[in-house]
Design a binder for this molecule. Sequence first.
Ligand SMILES: [Ca+2]
Ligand SMILES: [Ca+2]
Ligand SMILES: [Ca+2]
Ligand SMILES: [Ca+2]
Length: 295
Amino acid sequence: QSFLTLARCSIIFSVFLMACACISGRLCREILFIPGSIMEQRRCQRRGGRGYVVCCIVVLLWSVSSAQIRYSVSEEVDEGTVIGNVAKDLGFDKSALKDRKYRIVSNNADSLFHVSQEDGVLYASRKIDREAVCAHSSTCLISLKTVLENPLEIHYLNIIVNILDINDNPPVFTQELYSAMLDENAPLGTTVMQVNATDLDDGLNGEVVYSFSNIVNHKLLNLFDIDAMTGEITVKGLIDYEEKDRYEIEIQASDKGFAPLVMQKSIIVKIIDVNDNAPEIELGTQTSLTIAVYF
Ligand SMILES: [Ca+2]
Ligand SMILES: [Ca+2]
Ligand SMILES: [Ca+2]
Ligand SMILES: [Ca+2]
């Protein structure tokens, strides 16, 4: 669940050490070109040596501060959930944690986690809502710094907590009401409207597909179509105002999570009458005559 990146740090330190050695050496060589006595040369060597030692001390201190561990935890876990054992993973002496005042010192995320001075375990201080903590970013990494007083030294250690997404948000339609006007006899494929829903979750948990609701009247399925990807609703059959002048269609937006969350919506389509019927006139009582009048 966790790993140290000390190996990576060691490589960096080695490079840094070599750089220090090179700098010290180059300084000496440059000074040696200046005419001078053997004393100057010795002073140079001493300075170079001191520089090297200083570099080593800096590197050693920095190596401690660069130790890093990484944990993963699902969002919405209960308060008090164990994230990891920092003391064990970093090789601390558990009995010294209280005396050395081991604690989290990072600024903004410290209320999400706390570390026990008894056993060095990192706990969730409250439920973590990934969507609130990391908004729309696909990776949710929280960097913590802990301090260990020695008492003369302070070691900073980076703990990165990867907050894993769970599917806890349903798709939400961007409009409260979807309503459109449509001419009767509209050609097949005519766009009626386009619906849109968004989902705060990550990956498949946040990908939305559209469809008609399971409870929708089967007749409607012959008249209208919905694009699963875009939410575009189009004409699929003959729309006749004289048969029906208003449709209320149940649609739904679903995410692609393992247990998909679904949001339903009722959309309104009002049909506009066009003059597509000739008038019919009935005459007489004994015989009837139908006259068609065309305009
Ligand atoms: Ca959440
Ligand atoms: Ca979702
Ligand atoms: Ca989520
Ligand atoms: Ca008509």
